[in-house]
Write a protein that binds this ligand. Structure first.
Ligand SMILES: Nc1ncnc2c1ncn2[C@@H]1O[C@H](COP(=O)(O)OP(=O)(O)OP(=O)(O)O)[C@@H](O)[C@H]1O
Length: 771
């Protein structure tokens, strides 16, 4: 007996649901109209003081967000309904919440993220949670096209693995052709996914799961859930989603807006430093070295290396007076500055003071000595005045710049990596090989692995903002004066208006606010969203951080993210079996230990929703051959179409690749050709002759035509069809060859063809055995 009875409901049900759905769309339209009216009203609110301006902005922002959410919900508004034991009325579940006429009863539509919706995803015949029947409702442009029922009260026996929720709807979603953009899964979230999506926001949650288990989908729905549940806090502090590459971000970019959420900052590993888009590439070994935590000490040493003391006595000439400065005295100035601040640039004023004091004292000694034959005639005040003058002396300024230059992170890192002598001085105990890997020309573009180093350098250098602060203080004073004028004006107008009114109880802004607070309100009135502000502010601290493909992050990137999220409210999703980068993780405990100790929890996803069973069996062999500790996930479906392998001579490889690509394109949907890095140019050339649009590399777009990718670029993506060229090349060229081959094999949702010049690797024996 099946665990639930499934099937297409008869037509009367379809008609009844159409009536319900039409009514819910009517409510959606009304809610939208109301929000638009309120938005207009907010914009029309008179601005009589900064407070009312603030209120206007807040009201307009709130209504604007509501309109966005309602607009997003228009597509597939109603997901389904629950028939419950407790009530004769069904509970409709949808993309947004819509109130009923009777506010005391159930809402007309319950948001999928609300607690009441939970049984829609988790109820089973074994644990029905008060649900009698679950109905999935499918619609197209406001029209009901199908309903699928699961009756949860019938006798049920245990099946292998967790039962599927809404199997028919799920299968329809999984077999649909791909568009090159990820879509949301609100209608068909499975129970093990739902548990992760709604898990407590606090602490670090690691989601480990094989390819296609929905890690990305779950991470994005969790972001939407957290924004719904902790709206106030997260709207202020912002939520950051980190993905591996810009292509991957483009692939997932539509999901959150489709869920009505727009205030999330998406960033690739090369974009974690505001203002920088690091797209340079480098050898995996170089990225690995740059990703080590030891780089923190290297950067510290590099900064100290720039705080130099000249060898031998340095003589300054001021007003014709020769002033000798001994290394021991200059070293003392440096020590004073180092003690004054742990950040280099913030120590500079202390260095300038110490040096000025030294030079002024020596100068005083010299003139005192010359005039009076050794007796010191200048008193303390004279020396202080002298110090102030000495600071402006070009010779002194030059010495300051030489001994304690103002450093930018970019300047520090560029100078360090372009100079082998500097590298040597900053890397005590390193091997020559590792030092050589760090070296790069000064004009080389920044790479993603440079980003955490630049951010770390920022921490070490600090930014001397005393001039900026003085400007800000002046601005605040001016704003305060203007605010006071506003209050005076208001107060003045009230006394005239209410002169004869004995009960003049009316309050004005002046009674509630003083000028200072009014000015502050004015300054705080930054109407950008948290995500927009965070995108330009490197010191921004996020309320929650979601990291996708987290297995690829280096220790230095983890350190950077930990700084951006001091509360450690994080969702970390990844698959250790897919780690491709040398700097990446082989176990979660090791990478998280320096930042959270043992304070993290693990959730696992076990079902593969993407890759058909026929293809997954081949991928599982590769995973086992690579010695992975994790098991391959179980495929949720099979297509009956076995993967195909062809062995052919090298000179026939490219023409055949073009033919197979044409066949796969003709079959429909998106197509990727995955190749080892050395073969990219030849394969792109060959396909470019056969197709109008072929794209390759980090900007490849599979919605426009076939794409040629290396495994690292294909990570996280999926395609209807995949052509894998030269599997042995993937094993040989990748720094973690088995991971690369595993990633490549698990990208297709429907069809896989493998072309091998020469014998197939033993790992793919199943392809020949089954032939
Ligand atoms: N509950 C679900 N309902 C419908 N589709 C789903 C569901 N869960 C996952 N999918 C689909 O399965 C595919 C794989 O999901 P996703 O990309 O999130 O997996 P992943 O674990 O991140 O994979 P990888 O490790 O390969 O990056 C996507 O097309 C996703 O939409």
């Amino acid at each position: 007996m099946s665990s639930s009875s499934q099937g297409v409901a008869p037509d009367p049900d379809l008609a009844a649901e159409q009536t319900a759905v039409t009514d819910l769309y009517r409510r959606l339209d009304a809610a939208r109209e109301l929000a638009v009216t309120r938005f207009r009203q907010a914009l029309a609110m008179p601005i009589i003081n900064p407070q009312s301006l603030g209120e206007r902005e807040a009201a307009a922002r709130f209504q604007g967000q509501r309109i966005t959410a309602l607009d997003a919900a228009d597509h597939g508004l109603v997901i389904g309904r629950l028939d419950r034991e407790v009530s004769p009325q069904p509970l409709y579940i949808g993309r947004v919440g819509l109130p009923a006429d009777d506010p005391a009863g159930d809402p007309a539509l319950v948001d999928w993220r609300a607690p009441a919706s939970r049984p829609f995803y988790t109820a089973t015949p074994f644990r029905p949670e008060g649900v009698v029947r679950r109905r999935h409702i499918r619609t197209r442009s406001r029209e009901v096209t199908a309903v699928h029922d699961e009756v949860l009260t019938i006798d049920a026996t245990e099946t292998d693995g967790p039962p599927l929720t809404g199997e028919a709807a799920l299968m329809a979603a999984l077999t649909a052709e791909r568009t090159g953009r990820m879509t949301d899964i609100v209608a068909t979230i499975q129970a093990e996914q739902d548990a992760i999506i709604r898990s407590d926001a606090r602490g670090v949650l690691v989601v480990q799961g094989g390819p296609g288990t929905g890690k990305t989908a779950v991470a994005l729905h969790r972001a939407a859930y957290l924004l719904y549940t902790h709206r106030d806090r997260l709207a202020r502090s912002g939520l950051l989603v980190v993905g591996p590459t810009p292509t991957f971000l483009r692939y997932i970019a539509d999901v959150l807006p489709a869920l009505g959420e727009t205030g999330v900052l998406l960033a690739g590993l090369g974009q974690l430093r505001p203002g920088l888009d690091a797209r340079g590439s480098e050898a995996p070994e170089v990225a690995e070295v740059k990703g080590r935590l030891a780089m923190v000490d290297v950067l510290k040493a590099a900064v100290r290396d720039r705080e130099t003391v000249p060898r031998g006595v340095r003589e300054l000439v001021i007003d014709g007076v020769r002033i000798p400065l001994r290394p021991v005295d200059l070293t003392r100035c440096r020590t004073t500055a180092r003690r004054a601040s742990r950040q280099h640039n913030l120590g500079r004023p202390a260095f300038v003071r110490a040096l000025a004091e030294l030079v002024a004292q020596r100068y005083a000694d010299r003139i005192g000595g010359d005039v009076r034959g050794g007796a010191d005639l200048l008193d303390r005040r004279d020396v202080e005045a002298l110090q102030a003058e000495v600071v402006g002396e070009p010779a002194v300024r030059q010495l300051v710049d030489e001994m304690w230059p103002v450093l930018t992170p970019e300047g520090l890192l560029r100078d360090l990596l372009a100079d082998p002598a500097r590298i040597r001085r900053a890397t005590k105990g390193w091997t020559e090989e590792d030092r050589a890997l760090l070296a790069r020309p000064a004009d080389a573009p920044w790479t993603p692995a440079d980003v955490p180093l630049l951010e770390e350098a920022d921490e070490l250098l600090g930014f001397d903002d005393s001039a900026e602060r003085a400007r800000e203080a002046r601005r605040r004073r001016r704003a305060q004066e203007e605010a006071q004028d506003t209050l005076d004006l208001l107060h003045g107008s009230r006394s005239t208006d209410l002169e004869d009114d004995e009960e003049g109880e009316e309050l004005t802004a002046g009674d509630l606010l003083d000028a200072e607070r009014l000015a502050e309100r004015d300054a705080d009135l930054d109407t950008r969203t948290a995500a927009e502000r965070a995108a330009t502010d490197r010191t921004w601290v996020f309320g929650h951080v979601v990291v996708d493909e987290a297995q690829e992050l280096s220790a230095m990137t983890w350190r950077l993210l930990a700084r951006k999220c001091p509360t450690r409210s994080m969702t970390v999703v990844g698959d250790l079996a897919q780690t491709g980068s040398l700097a990446g993780a082989t176990d979660w405990g090791t990478v998280l230990q320096p930042h959270v100790g043992e304070q993290w929890r693990l959730a696992q996803l076990t079902v593969n929703y993407r890759t058909p069973a026929e293809i997954m069996a081949v991928a599982a062999d590769v995973l086992a051959a690579g010695g992975a500790a994790t098991a391959a996930p179980r495929s949720v479906r099979s297509t009956g179409v076995p993967p195909v392998a062809e062995q052919l001579p090298e000179d026939a490889l490219l023409p055949r690749a073009a033919e197979v690509t044409a066949e796969l394109v003709a079959a429909g949907g998106t197509v990727a050709v995955i190749v080892p890095p050395s073969r990219v140019p030849a394969v792109v050339d060959c396909l470019a002759g056969a197709f109008p649009v072929v794209s390759a590399g980090p900007a490849a777009d599979s919605s426009a035509g076939p794409v040629v990718l290396v495994p690292a670029e294909a990570k996280g993506l999926e395609f209807d069809s995949v052509l894998l060229v030269d599997p042995q090349g993937l094993l040989d060229e990748g720094v973690r060859g088995h991971s690369d081959l595993y990633v490549a094999l698990t990208r297709p949702t429907q069809r896989l063809t493998v072309l091998s010049p020469g014998a197939l690797p033993a790992e793919l024996h199943r392809l020949t055995d089954d032939a």
